[in-house]
Write a protein that binds this ligand. Structure first.
Ligand code: MTE
Length: 316
């Protein structure tokens, strides 16, 4: 993200277009019918079986409805997860080593009831929903992903945040023996992200635990990762182990790495360029012509009021 532009060859581009669209239709039909039987490649990265059946997750009214889904292969083989290396193919190649059970998330800081919850308890906090979201990476590419998850607000309410809590910090896993990337100080590990409390509690913000009707593969951030669809992809911390309520704006890993390039808000904004490239257009993975980037990634009706009166060029 710091160094590259996304010119790598994608799996969908080396598959014949006819086969590609047939497979895409096949995958779409498979959602809800038990996608586990048909998705390519999942056996090789088999995640522990969830105790809650993800394929029965009901489609949320917050879903983007009219856009084609990004091919499953691209969603799971073209990733950013720097703990496993900085090439797009590294996470799919190496993330199998991530240990995702047992897994606990400690929720602490300015709260009345700090808690450490096991992943299986988190899965029962609220009914799982399928949320089809547009995702926009700061590097200039985008995808449409059928996530399975629960509203982050339902998880955060478990600990009763105190009045002084204004921000939420998300801290992700470091497993040095399993993550070749953390031996290099590409970023300040652990990968840390943050949201303002109202952004974290917003109904569009989810904790994703699956995609395409199946538990998340490790390369996508198993067993749980943040998804905030109106922000650039790097806000979506993967494999979260700690959530901390604070009264001060957290300093995130990307802000430390490049304070003039990666701001705290990181809202998708075609009018504010990255210092080294334009953000006006994007390449939807699987398409060949670029499309215009939408303000707040197209979610402005739902989220613009969170930023009323703020100068979004300063608060980028
Ligand atoms: N989370 C961790 N722990 N480490 C990372 O390197 N990369 C981020 C984000 N979350 C990253 C992370 C970036 S830059 C992006 S674009 C998204 O994850 C990519 O998510 P995806 O690979 O599931 O599409």
């Amino acid at each position: 993200m710091l160094i590259k532009s996304p010119d790598d060859i994608l799996p969908s581009e080396i598959t014949s277009p006819a086969l590609y669209s047939r497979r895409r239709d096949f995958i779409k039909t498979g959602i809800g019918l038990g996608a586990s039987l048909i998705l390519p490649g999942t056996a090789a990265f088999a995640a522990p079986k969830p105790t809650v059946p993800f394929s029965t997750a009901k489609k949320s009214p917050y879903s983007t409805t009219d856009e084609s889904l990004t091919d499953h292969q691209d969603v799971t083989r073209y990733n950013n997860y720097y703990e496993f290396g900085t090439n797009k193919a590294d996470p799919a190649r190496y993330a199998d080593a991530l240990q995702t059970r047992p897994w606990t998330v400690s929720i602490e800081g300015l709260v009345k009831q700090p808690k450490t919850l096991g992943i299986d308890d988190i899965l029962k906090v609220a009914p799982l929903e399928e949320r089809i979201y547009r995702m926009r990476c700061v590097e200039g590419w985008s995808m449409v992903i059928p996530w399975v998850g629960l509203p982050l607000s339902s998880l955060l309410k478990q600990v009763e945040p105190l009045g002084g809590a204004k921000y939420v910090e998300f801290i992700t896993a470091v497993q040095p023996e399993n993550m070749p990337g953390v031996r290099r100080r590409v970023l300040d590990w652990p990968y840390t992200e943050g949201l303002r409390l109202d952004e974290a509690m917003h109904p569009l913000t989810i904790m994703a635990v699956g995609l395409y009707g199946e538990a998340l593969l490790n390369q996508n951030g198993a067993p749980l990762r943040l998804v905030v669809p109106w922000k650039y992809g790097f806000k979506n911390g993967k494999s979260i182990v700690k959530i901390r309520f604070t009264d001060k704006e957290p300093r995130t890993s990307w802000m430390k790495a490049g304070p003039f390039e990666y701001g705290f808000y990181s809202n998708v904004n075609p009018e504010v360029d990255h210092p080294r490239w334009s953000q006006a257009r994007e390449r939807r993975i699987g398409e060949f012509t670029k499309r215009k980037t939408l303000m707040f990634n197209g979610y402005g009706d739902q989220v613009a009021q969170l930023y009323t009166g703020m100068n979004l060029k300063i608060n980028f």
